[in-house]
Design a protein around this ligand. Structure first.
Ligand code: B1M
Length: 231
């Protein structure tokens, strides 16, 4: 072992989280998995490990990607490391979950392959007691509508991370309107380039800034739909 090799288990919590931001940046999946396991073993809540270590680290990656410091191959490695950490947290987030709240179909829109945020929303929704059917990425209007038909969910969730793909959400909602099925579903949308105004303009029920907001919004709308108190 090299003298300067960092032993993750010897770091304090604060040092470990900073090291995780570095390791995520460098796309070190095994180190991220080890560190997530360490945080959990030290009694961290899965949600805190997710937000303070993984999501915060990915925000740094995003800023440097935007500024041309990181490029697609590096960001893919970071995304892969993030997914490794998320895979450990997923069952823990779900285990801390609540009674069944409702069902959601979720997918990233056509032309868009970003799925980390969508996966996070799915995980958090499952953790909150929702049944989630994940359609993956690059979904055409037909795929969304087929899934609504087959799954009969309470909620349709759509994710878009590109300014060029976010208008496709309106295509889906307009088609739902044409087929007279728009009001049968709660439509929630999210993704970094969206905002409240956009969600109103395309006829969605609500914009969800992050996964926690998605859970709260879904709970509130489902409670209203079934005319029961919001729990
Ligand atoms: Co892309 N990418 N990317 N990328 N990428 C962004 C989005 C970008 C903002 C980077 C930048 O320039 N700063 C930029 C978009 C610019 C724009 O449109 N204005 C961009 C670009 C340009 C591109 C390419 C075009 C690059 C290229 O090829 N030249 C290309 C597009 C490919 C395509 O989709 N057709 C591309 C490719 C990629 C990778 C493949 C390398 C990789 C994706 C890997 C993957 O997802 N499996 C990638 C990544 C990782 C990013 C950044 C760095 C991080 C995205 C992410 O995972 N964030 C991103 C920069 C950024 O966003 N800061 C960027 C972490 C995640 C937890 O947050 O996804 O926002 P987020 O999800 C949040 C909320 O938004 C919300 O809750 C989530 C959890 O809290 N939410 C929802 C999301 N979906 C929801 C759905 C809901 C509710 C809430 O439904 C109910």
């Amino acid at each position: 072992m090299a003298d300067d090799e960092i032993i993750l288990s010897e770091l304090s919590d604060d040092e470990l989280v900073l090291q995780m931001h570095d390791d995520l940046y460098d796309g070190l999946k095994e180190e991220i998995e080890e560190a997530v396991n360490l945080l959990i073993a030290r009694g961290w809540a899965p949600y805190d490990a997710l937000t303070k270590a993984l999501v915060a680290g990915m925000t740094i990656v995003g800023a440097d990607f935007r500024d041309g410091i990181l490029f697609v191959p590096e960001v893919l490695l970071a995304a892969n490391a993030m997914k490794g950490g998320m895979a450990i947290l997923k069952p823990l987030l779900i285990a801390t979950g609540a009674p069944r709240m409702g069902k959601m179909v979720i997918g990233t829109v056509k032309g868009d392959i970003h799925d980390i945020g969508k996966n996070l929303v799915g995980m958090m929704m499952e953790g909150a007691g929702f049944e989630v059917r994940d359609l993956g990425i690059n979904n055409s209007v037909e795929k969304y509508l087929d899934a609504l038909e087959a799954e009969k969910p309470d909620i349709l969730g759509m994710s878009a991370l590109l300014t060029t793909t976010m208008p496709y959400m309106k295509v889906v909602i307009d088609t739902m309107k044409e087929r007279g099925m728009r009001d049968d579903y709660i439509v929630l949308v999210g993704g970094a380039p969206l905002n409240e105004e956009f969600s109103k303009a395309i006829g969605a029920d609500a914009y969800c800034r992050d996964a926690a907001v998605a859970v709260e919004t879904a709970k509130a709308y489902v409670a209203r739909k079934h005319n029961r108190p919001n729990v």
